[in-house]
Design a protein around this ligand. Sequence first.
Ligand code: BG6
Length: 482
Amino acid sequence: KDTKNVVIIIFGASGDLAKKKIYPTLWWLFKDKLLPPNTFFIGYSRSSLTVQMVRDNAKPYLRTVDGEQERLDAFFARNSYVQGSYDKREDFAKLEQYIRSSTEYASCNRVYYLAIPPSLFMHVATHLKSECFSPDQQGWSRVIIEKPFGRDLHTSEILSQHLSNLFTEDQVYRIDHYLGKEMVQNVVVLRFANRILAPLWNRDNIANVLVTFKENFGTEGRGGYFDEFGIIRDVMQNHLLQVLSLIAMEKPLSMAADDIRDEKVKVLRSIRPIELKDIVIGQYVANSETGKPGYLDDATVPAGSLAATYGMAALYIKNERWDGVPFIIRAGKALNETKCEVRIQFKDVSGDIFESGVVHRNELVMRVQPNEAVYIKCMTKRPGMGFGAEETELDLSYSKRFSKVKLPDAYERLLLDVLCGSQVNFVRTDELREAWRIFTPILHELDAKAVKPLPYAYGARNGPPEADQFLRNLGFTFSGTF
Ligand code: BG6
């Protein structure tokens, strides 16, 4: 309904995120006519680039098909580029002038996408506020930031404080792209639109919850960024904890952003910080059978690095619904497969009358990627004359049931959310604070004690062998692949 022009300014236009994710996402949205009709794009970075160079960089990721050339030209015709530094106020003044000088951009709504290294966040935010947020502007302005949001509670608080001195909470959009994934969004619907699940969703019926993130590739020459953060900060403290909070939260008052985020914060507040006994960390080593290199063989990784490339942690939620139920989150690079799923393992049937070992626990599995699916593992009679029982699945595979629907990419959905002013899928300051409170003590302890991650071979199923034992100790029962 808002007919103003929209201008999307991409800081870090020459970087990896911009070329692999942001430009492709903007192109898909443009191509599908999902953006407001008068949307324009300005790339900004230190490099001396032209729009043609931005286009060439993004080309391999745009996934264009035959017949789209004209539309693609139309998209890039709406792009422009401004070169500038991140720490000079004058350059932001130049950017502001550029925005105002163009008639299409005058009095527009603005999205500033900070796709830049964390060391530059504060500079950019300060100059942005002083040069580009003038009170005479008529449109709205929103700022998108990408993780990492600090390295621990303290550094994250400094950043949050800085941002909140400059912007209001409703102007800041902290992206956690896992919140934009179809199946993660489905958690709320599955839980709160199905009568059959609600009575089972508690400590009386659920033995444990396992949230898994696996990648079948290592750092492969891009160890610089990763090594500074490690798997706990890169994936567990944000993506996996966000998924956990949706699984565990109480029913929100409504679907409104703050009602949902209030419940997520509440559940995070009930989680005690992780201790050393609650965690297993690993680092991949070369696999002599496949010839795949170890983490430390990567030339971009500092020699002797203690960064974890695998982590599994048990979290406990101290409330009436979940007391005593382990919520296990695990993430690993260089494992046997790439997948993300949530596995809710139900307790054993009481008074089992079948042959011992035949009946397996029920599981509800939500496969986030690849091949989105929800299935329930349940026991059924083996068809035929006998009376054997067998495990089978009640299966909702998206590729079969929703074959005609194109599932949007997480970034597409999240960028549209920003344009619509919906913050439901973005991380609020208090949520972020709680997430760091849970992880900061263990991160500091691992550093202070220089804890050496356990080795696992590139391509292992579940990180170091100790990880399976850790799962068994938590009462997780093994059946099938997980
Ligand atoms: C990013 C992490 O946030 O998520 C990467 O920094 C990881 O290390 C990526 O590879 C995974 O995202 P997706 O959407 O491919 O599962």
